[in-house]
Design a protein around this ligand. Sequence first.
Ligand code: KIV
Length: 267
Amino acid sequence: MSRVTTATLQEMKEKGDPITLLTAYDYPTACLLDEAGIDILLVGDSLGNTVLGYENTLPVTLEESLHHTAAVARGAKRAMVVGDLPFLYYQTTIGEAVWNAGRYLKEAGAHAVKLEGGRERADAVRAMVETGIPVMGHLGLTPQMVHQFGGYRVQGKTDEAAQRLIEDALILEEAGIFSLVLECIPADVAAEVTEKLKIPTLSCGAGPHCDGQVMVVHDMLGCTDRKPPKFVKQYANLREIALEAVKTFKKEVKEGIFPGPEHCYGK
Ligand code: KIV
């Protein structure tokens, strides 16, 4: 079983073999997704709102992200592991951006990093790639810009916005990214980007014409009572299953049913 690399993903685009990316934030989930054959495990900064209880992704720190990335990397035997640079760890100076990105490979065992933004990040991307750090781009609804956008809104809807997004994608490709997440943009804009780029595009609410599909694992498994965005397909309702199991445990303890003789040690 060989590791998914940037070359594997490029070959998949060229063969028309759809790429799968799910987020993961811990070791058991990484083991599960890896066993299921998911190609990329992204330790997204969605860590903030899915696992750490923050309101959005902005408070996530580099140390928190590295800690969770290392756990995922320990569980992923085949999948590529991508660490997601949190807000304010790559937008200041190029030196700081390269250093922080490098820590994902050096300390956390990741194989690549992801960052948000377009042309304004091109120099940082170039410097990371020259250092040997593979970079995944992210355009469209970039959650670290939520306050700038005035909420979580579909991006690239006007001709002008779509044109700018396509230009950003081409600039990032030229700077050296190996793949590009397109989040919450119209499907026809994503199709145009996919057609224009040589590298794979990954859709997160950007329709079916990208080279791969992305979902937040807690959304697709139904782990929370949060209403998922329109583009999410919920494949299970683990929250309901877990809640039922925990309530049954409580009831059995109260009623003296658990532990039964089969759960007790003899002398
Ligand atoms: O943080 C994240 O999970 C992401 C994906 C939704 C692309 O950026």
